[in-house]
Design a protein. Structure first.
Length: 438
């Protein structure tokens, strides 16, 4: 009987130990669950996002979305939100000196208040409006980028100033921010040369400079500086005359292109065109003509980043050296355009063309008539002498002798019988022949 008693006592102790361990585990789980529930009673979450990318342009409206979620188990009866922005980087939309007539509202969530400095605030609950457990609300705030930054900056921060639960307790608070990087105004410029390189010395060169406002804001001042090599180029003129010209140093300066063109602003998308004309002086291969915009200002009084554009120049010696007219030999014909005759053949024009070619000593022996008779030749003779209107230029410095083809001048004498006399004689002979036959 003793072995049976021993076997029954051992399993009872084991069962008791298991029951005690299980009770302790259930107690621990219940304690943790109670603590988690209490933590959720105070739960409140706030997030903030920026619509679009963080890289923005000056003048662009930044739309921030602030989202508040009640993660607790009790409703919220009161909730105050504050957004504080950096006035040196952004400005409130629709208010202050940077406001535009077509600006959207500062916030779509009403009511809100703006202190006129750098703080916007909202009272989101109250008057019977609550935020239940798991519910969220969203607040929009709009700010305009007015000053550039070199990197990402926190331009504003939203924080919960006060949150009261339905039991009267404080639900805590929190804050959220999103960085942004406003970039400065853009004034890209280009410069081109009107003729292909290389250019012969002594010939003019025209450059065209184009400056475009590719920003979202106006440009209020636009100075320009054009530098050139005075050993290679000589400035002649510009369609927008510069304020100062330094021919020795090779610099043209416009204090403000806007004032020069009679305007006060360069609006987004607008361009200014400047043409400068130079004369190539001598052969050179390393000349550069450079234009630079430096010191421009936008409508927010920011300095615009300088821009440059340049054109390399290759100047060569001319292939033919021009000869002054006073050094040309005598007898060189001067090319002129001869008007094409419009009168009918056989009709002498009322005003005959005047010959402009100076005959040389070796002129053709067929030209024996006087200058007056030569100037009154018939239309047929003129057509034979000048078959087309095309004038071919003769190389300068080369003497040529004009070759004049012989022509038959129209008969203008009074010798010979008149056709009427011949007719009378013919009729007389015919009548005599008939009389003899009879």
């Amino acid at each position: 009987m003793r072995p049976l008693t021993t076997r029954l006592v051992v399993p009872l102790w084991r069962v008791a130990g298991l029951l005690i361990a299980l009770s302790l585990a259930l107690f621990a789980v219940g304690l943790l669950a109670t603590r988690s529930a209490r933590a959720q009673d105070l739960g409140l979450e706030i997030t903030k996002t920026l619509r679009g990318g963080t890289e923005v342009q000056l003048g662009q409206i930044l739309e921030f979305s602030i989202r508040i979620t009640n993660t607790g188990t009790l409703s919220l009866n009161e909730l105050d939100l504050v957004d504080e922005f950096v006035g040196s980087i952004v400005a409130p939309v629709g208010s202050g000196p940077h406001a535009k007539p077509d600006d959207p509202p500062l916030s779509d969530t009403a009511p809100f208040s703006y202190d006129g400095n750098q703080t916007i605030s909202w009272s989101l609950l109250g008057g019977g409006k609550t935020l239940g457990p798991g519910e969220s609300l969203t607040v929009l705030v709009r700010l305009r980028a007015v000053h550039p930054t070199s990197d990402l900056q926190t331009v504003n921060r939203a924080r919960i100033a006060r949150a009261i639960r339905s039991d009267g307790g404080n639900a805590g608070g929190g804050s959220a921010a999103v960085p942004a990087k406003p970039s400065g105004a853009r004034l890209p410029m280009s410069k081109s040369m009107g003729v292909p390189a290389p250019v012969a010395a002594g010939l003019p060169i025209t450059f065209t400079i184009v400056i475009t406002n590719e920003s979202l804001i106006d440009i209020l001042s636009l100075p320009l500086r054009d530098a050139y090599n005075p050993a290679a180029l000589r400035f002649e003129s510009a369609n927008l005359p510069p304020d100062s010209v330094d021919q020795v140093g090779g610099v043209l300066i416009w204090g403000d292109l806007l004032a020069t063109t009679g305007r006060t602003t360069l609006h987004p998308g607008e361009s200014i065109h400047i043409q400068t004309v130079y004369t190539a002086l001598r052969d050179i291969t390393n000349a550069v003509n450079r234009a630079e915009v430096s010191g421009a200002k936008d409508e927010y009084s920011n300095a615009v980043q300088p821009q440059q554009a340049q054109v390399p120049i290759h100047i060569i010696e001319p292939s033919v050296t021009p000869i002054p007219s006073e050094q040309l030999p005598t007898g060189v014909p001067t090319a002129t355009r001869t008007a094409k005759p419009t009168a009918k053949p056989g009709h002498r024009p009322a005003t005959a063309p005047t010959a402009t070619t100076t005959p040389s000593a070796t002129a053709s022996p067929y030209l024996t008539e006087t200058a007056e008779r030569t100037a009154t030749v018939s239309d047929q003779t003129m057509i034979a002498a000048t078959p087309t209107e095309t004038t071919q230029a003769t190389p300068i410095g080369v003497t040529t002798t004009p070759v004049v083809m012989p022509t038959i001048l129209p008969h203008t004498g009074e010798s010979g019988l008149s056709p009427v006399i011949w007719l009378i004689l013919g009729l007389t002979l015919l009548g005599a022949s008939l009389a003899l036959r009879r």
